[in-house]
Write a protein that binds this ligand. Structure first.
Ligand code: BTN
Length: 253
């Protein structure tokens, strides 16, 4: 193929057959001083992790499981926006690779209809003032098949193969790195505003009735906006609610 077109992202790749979690390996490398743009890529994860302490299925050669080390200069409080940035970049890349039906579910899952095709887990090492490093873990389901999926995941997980879209993992990774680097440059030069605006366009949630469950409370309403910090704004009968964490599902109507 045309090869890697990025300037920094993926110039150094630590390739592994099997790891517990590429995020763990990347954090260790970051502690040892690995430079920005370094990635850890594995064929298989025995302990792939997701948000909210969930596990992430990552069987041998059936997806692109990797983590990207970043050393951004912006403030630690902006990190949640980095995750939204990743979701925008990934959605763009997936569209380019022919998976045109996918959209973003707040904050950073990429779904085809109700099923997850990409998960993103961002982990941070920072003080109040500055980010030491950030590890952005990305899992893309490429050739998982329905048959191989545990029963309990069949309604919530999908892949390129399940969606009947042929995919070449190396080309996909190259496109993903290109889009990530492009949006990262935009964030550094123009800030997050244009990225949040794109997020809204690529989201499959805006204007929809959603069910929110956060630690300690749950409610329903209509997803109407993202605020400048990247929180989801949900309109309920009692007024506007700001969602900082937790789970948001589009309600079946
Ligand atoms: C989620 O679905 O909540 C996020 C899933 C993130 C999975 C990726 S796969 C590569 C990296 N290593 C991990 O252990 N998790 C992320």
């Amino acid at each position: 193929g045309e090869g890697l077109q990025t300037k920094v992202f993926g110039k150094k790749i630590h390739y592994k057959e099997k790891v517990d979690s590429t995020n763990n390996v990347a954090k260790k490398l970051a502690e040892e001083g690995a430079e920005e743009g370094t990635i850890v890529l594995a064929e298989e994860q025995s302990g792939g992790r997701g948000r909210l302490e969930r596990s992430f299925l990552s069987p041998f050669a059936q997806g692109v499981w990797f983590s990207l080390i970043l050393r951004p200069t912006f403030l630690p409080m902006e990190v949640s926006k980095m995750t939204l940035l990743a979701a925008v970049a990934l959605t763009k890349a997936l569209h380019k690779m022919g998976l045109v039906e996918c959209g973003i579910k707040w904050p950073n899952d990429i779904l085809v209809k109700d099923r997850k095709v990409v998960g993103i887990l961002t982990e941070l090492n920072a003080s109040m003032e500055r980010i030491n490093y950030l590890v952005m873990g990305i899992g893309i389901n490429t050739s998982l098949t329905k048959k191989e999926l545990p029963k309990d995941l069949r309604k919530t997980v999908t892949s390129f193969t399940i969606e009947n879209v042929p995919v070449h993992r190396q080309a996909l990774l190259q496109e993903v790195l290109l889009q990530l680097e492009r949006y990262y440059e935009i964030a550094e030069t123009e800030g997050f505003k244009p990225i949040l605006a794109e997020w809204k366009v690529l989201s499959m949630m805006m204007g929809k009735e959603v069910e929110v469950s956060e630690p300690g409370r749950s409610f329903t309403g209509k997803a109407v906006d993202l605020d400048d910090s990247g929180n989801l704004i949900v309109e309920t009968e009692a007024g506007r609610e700001t969602v900082l964490a937790g789970d948001v599902r589009v309600r079946a109507v």
